[in-house]
Design a protein. Structure first.
Lengths: 499, 322, 161
């Protein structure tokens, strides 16, 4: 009951005309910047943070909510239309969504992403309002060893989900893990694989790797195959809207995606990658059209997209209740709070309920705005594909390098971008999946840190990994998932030789 | 009734300021480097200086550049080599850079820059979860002395201010600093979860980061590192509990090497004027930073002493090879 | 960038696959070599030198796995590639890095990349493309510099603005 009253009060704050305008401006700016290839939500929020400096805390946080959701939606738009996901969480979206766009179904792909984001965002925000206290109690009990085990599950599922051969998936993952080692070790300050180059001490930037592999690699690959006429981007045909069939196939995926996204997003260090990949593989398994996966299955957009948005709302649970930023975007949100000297935490709920509940309420508003703004604009975004191919790819490369130039205009960083571009090209050419590289880079260092923290706390006793029931269970799942494909492959061969 | 000559004096001062202010402002076109990515503490300090210097009409324009990398090691290298002798450039730095330069074996050191002034500082705190049997700093000291390996400290990155403080705590109470079981986390939030979940014995951080949880009763503050008790706070200092641990996470501003004494004076004067401006005071209040202005030779001495102290501590815990 | 023959229908040794396996093994060796340089200073738990070795072992095993696939000719078929387009874009990237590194500024650097990429995709109207590129990167530069106050590298062209 208390939650209702507080939420109603928050709504009253959020629907003031000025605040509605802030939300609208936020969603529009967020989408416009987020839609640029290579710019993910974290970078969008970072770039637009100065825009909010001049506002009062309430208005600024409300505009923030708009930028946050707008940036996420813009990222999915790019992923679908030009296969350059700005962040790893839209990678699953890119897989199916881009294939749909290439098959002339870009409109329905964008629509299912927008409506799925709306459904998931709304449900997850309700979840945020009601379950925050309970979820935090649960999440806090996770120790380093549990996180390590959770990462292991993510590694195995990710490298098994992508690509046809587990060896190729694991190879990609281990390249990512190797890149994750580069730089100063967080726990001892020792430099690894830096070869005396100061720019390498901070490690490989996720955005540089992702932009290099996806945007630059894709441009190189497409250019190299230009003489294969069938690879041209096809003009968008048919309706921009979803058919009955699309709705039927989407709604369950939206709900399932929400169910993955919100709880995992609410876990500290849960993030958006794991739920989107889990959602993707679940939809692939449950689909009545598994043959369409990899060729443009609408469930493969609807589910991960819902999971992505739900986990974004989920990351706000630890952020608002504990001050825990669990994603790059959440860290930028924290910076937004801190520019007003506000520290999110249990005390903020008690001392500034108007702010916290105003923000939660404006998440609902931002969601509605997203739908209102982006469904009519679907046509506009689809038009992006009508740009002639030479200019489109030239433009993508300019935007892709611009992100790196803006963040770190050093020769070393740009050379890494070019190098990752070549790597992305070669991996495409020799058919290695690309997503596991990025996942390895992001999760590898976290997994290593958590493992070493667990071992430091236990004074070097590895049994700590099995003493926690949570960790033991998760490690068991990871082991089974790792060995299953090899065992099954062996069985297949056995059967084949019997024929 | 105000005596006439005072009023006259006031009018003269006002006139001089009105005439001298813009004249000075027109001369100064500053560049401030934040040796970190946009958004962090150094970046915020640089941008706050930009705001205050322009608002108080001390400088005509201020441009902030970001050179991120390795705790400032990349930025300072570029600053020392690229801005040598340029009297219109400054760089923000702080406590963390001292350790980062030592650990990264940086060829450039803080001895090469021209110190201008210390600007702000933040007091550090040690906390334990509310249900911990450890009630005071002396309890913690006793636990460390009993079995140093079993007392785990959670804090920020290796070699940072939290790590240095853990080592200083152990050293001050007579334990072997090399043996502390310090577990670095990437941010206050992450370590907070480990502390609240009872995975570690104690947590170390800047006071503001844990202030909310201390007030709401989820964490117990064992002590703060200030010289005297903070006004309006009931957290005891380490000093009053008989542990001589005084430390602050400071931020300062420096100029390039090779500038003339006149150039140094111009910059020092500009910074001093900025620190006294209302615009700067408003920013401090808004961001919750403590004014810790220290200029001139006093700051030069301070910088030298802190560098020695931090490097010694990092050697003692084996992060820097002697 | 060698133009590889079309994917083998019959099972025969895939040379590119062998090269990939060797590259992975070399990467593993670099990891082990690098981890040897790290001093073992950690008092409790696991030091920074352990994980590189674990990953190197993984890479070694994967090198063997990839080698087996290559020797069996078990790799997916590949289509021919146009090395000229790839080299053009790569050249554009090198040009961009050189211009930024030498202080030529954002506009010149990204314009160079735009024109080479556009050429790689078959356009021959270099002058028209250059004009489009300069206008576009100038607008981007202004948007970042003025609206978002984020400084992009400035060169001679940027200083005229």
């Amino acid at each position: 009951m208390e939650t209702f009253a507080a939420l109603a009060h928050g709504m009253a704050v959020a629907v003031q005309p000025m605040n509605l305008l802030y939300a609208l401006v936020g969603v529009f700016l967020g989408t416009a910047v987020g839609v640029l290839p290579g710019i993910g939500p974290a970078l969008t929020v970072a770039l637009l943070l100065p825009v909010t400096y001049k506002l009062d805390p309430g208005g600024s946080l409300i505009m923030f909510a708009g930028i946050y959701y707008g940036g996420m939606y813009g990222g999915s738009t790019t992923a679908i239309l030009i296969n350059t996901p700005g962040e790893s969480a839209s990678m699953a979206t890119a897989l199916e969504g881009n294939k749909m766009a290439k098959a002339g179904r870009g409109g329905p792909a964008l629509a299912t992403a927008a409506i799925g984001s709306f459904v998931a965002g709304t449900l997850a925000t309700i979840g945020l309002a009601f379950l925050a206290p309970w979820l935090v109690d649960f999440a806090v009990r996770f120790g380093p060893e549990d996180y390590f085990a959770l990462m292991c599950v993510a590694f195995v599922t990710v490298s098994a989900t992508f690509g046809d051969s587990p060896i190729r998936g694991l190879t990609s993952l281990f390249i990512g893990l190797t890149l994750g080692l580069v730089g100063i070790d967080k726990l001892t300050g020792q430099a690894r694989l830096a070869f005396g180059i100061p720019e390498l001490l901070d490690g490989v930037e996720v955005t540089t790797l992702a932009v290099g592999l996806f945007a630059v690699g894709e441009a190189l690959y497409v250019a190299s195959r230009r003489h294969h006429a069938e690879e041209k981007i096809e003009p968008v045909r048919g309706s921009l809207w979803m058919t009955m069939e699309d709705w039927k196939r989407s709604w369950k995926a939206w709900l399932r995606g929400t169910m993955f996204g919100f709880p995992i997003g609410a876990l500290p260090a849960g993030g958006a990658e794991i739920p989107t990949f889990l959602s993707y593989s679940t939809e692939r398994r449950l689909s009545k059209h598994p043959e369409e996966f990899g060729k443009g299955a609408i469930e493969g957009v609807a589910g991960p997209e819902a999971a992505n948005n739900a986990s974004a709302a989920g990351t706000l649970v630890p952020l608002l209740t504990l001050g825990l930023p669990t994603s790059a975007t959440a860290a930028m949100m924290l910076a937004g709070f801190q520019q007003y000297g506000l520290n999110p935490g249990p005390l903020l709920f008690a001392e500034r309920p108007d702010l916290v509940w105003g923000l939660i309420a404006s998440l609902f508003i931002a969601n509605v705005m997203l739908l209102v703004l982006n469904l009519p604009l679907v046509g506009l975004w689809v038009k992006l594909l009508a740009i002639p191919q030479p200019w489109l790819y030239a433009g993508i490369l300019v935007f892709a390098t611009m992100g790196t130039i803006a963040a770190k205009p050093s020769v070393v960083e740009l050379s890494m971008l070019a190098g990752f571009g070549v790597l992305g090209f070669l991996m495409r050419r020799f058919d290695f999946p690309i997503a596991p590289v990025v996942v390895g880079l992001i999760l590898g260092p976290i997994a290593e840190s958590q493992l070493r923290r667990a071992l430091a706390i236990s004074l070097g006793d590895p049994l700590v990994l099995l003493q926690s029931p949570m960790s033991a269970t998760l490690l068991g799942i990871a082991l089974i998932a790792l060995l299953a494909p090899f065992v099954l492959k062996g069985l297949d061969r056995f059967r084949a030789s019997e024929d | 009734m105000i005596p006439f000559h005072t009023r006259l004096f006031g009018a003269v001062v006002a006139l001089t300021l009105a005439a001298g202010g813009p004249a000075l402002a027109q001369q100064l076109e500053l560049k401030i480097m934040a040796p970190a990515a946009p958004g962090g503490g150094w970046d915020q300090t640089a941008r706050s200086m930009q705001q205050a210097l322009v608002a108080a009409k001390i400088a005509r324009s201020v441009q902030v550049t970001n050179v991120a990398g390795a705790g400032g090691s990349v930025g300072i290298a570029q600053f020392v080599n690229g801005a040598k002798g340029d009297g219109n450039q400054m760089m923000v730095n702080g406590f963390v850079m001292v350790g980062a330069l030592a650990m990264n074996k940086s060829p450039v050191t803080l001895e090469q820059v021209t110190p201008i002034a210390r600007l702000t500082e933040e007091i550090q705190v040690i906390v334990v979860p509310a249900n911990s049997p450890i009630k005071t700093a002396q309890d913690l000291a006793a636990a460390v002395k009993a079995d140093i390996a079993k007392v785990t400290f959670a804090g920020g990155s290796a070699g940072g201010v939290d790590h240095v403080m853990a080592a200083l705590f152990a050293g001050t109470i007579g334990a072997d600093a090399k043996k502390i079981n310090y577990i670095p986390f990437s941010g206050g939030g992450e370590s907070l979860a480990a502390i609240l979940g009872g995975k570690v014995t104690a947590g170390i951080s800047g006071l503001s980061e844990y202030e909310g949880q201390i007030k709401s009763g989820k964490l117990r503050a064992l002590g703060v590192t200030s010289e005297n008790r903070i006004a309006g706070s009931d957290i005891p200092t380490f000093k009053e509990q008989g542990i001589d641990l005084v430390l602050a996470n400071w931020r300062s501003v420096v100029a390039p090497p090779g500038i003339t004494p006149e150039q140094r004076k111009t910059l020092s004067d500009a910074v001093e004027k900025m620190v006294k401006s209302d615009a700067w005071k408003d920013i401090l209040k808004q961001k919750g930073w403590d004014d810790a202005y220290l200029g001139g030779d006093a700051f030069t001495d301070f910088l030298k002493k802190e560098t020695t102290r931090v490097t010694d501590v990092l050697k003692s815990v084996g992060l820097v090879k002697s | 960038m060698t133009d590889l023959p079309r994917g083998p229908a019959a099972r025969r040794v895939d040379r590119a696959g062998v090269v990939i396996a060797l590259a992975l093994a070399a990467l593993a060796a670099v990891l082990v070599w690098d981890s040897r340089q790290l001093p073992a200073t950690t008092m409790y738990g696991m030091g920074p030198e352990v994980m590189p070795v674990v990953i190197a072992i993984g890479l070694g095993l994967l090198a063997i796995g990839n080698l087996i696939d290559a020797l069996r000719g078990d790799l997916p078929p590949r289509e021919s590639a146009d090395p000229r387009a790839v080299l053009l874009i790569f050249g554009g990237l090198v040009l961009l890095i050189a211009i930024i590194g030498l202080g030529g500024g954002f506009i010149l650097a990204t314009s160079a990349l735009f024109v080479t990429t556009s050429a790689a995709f078959g356009r021959r109207a270099i002058l028209a493309d250059s004009a489009i590129a300069v206008v576009m990167s100038t607008l981007i530069y202004l948007a970042f510099d003025r609206l978002l106050t984020l400084s992009l590298p400035a060169g001679p062209l940027e200083r005229l603005l």
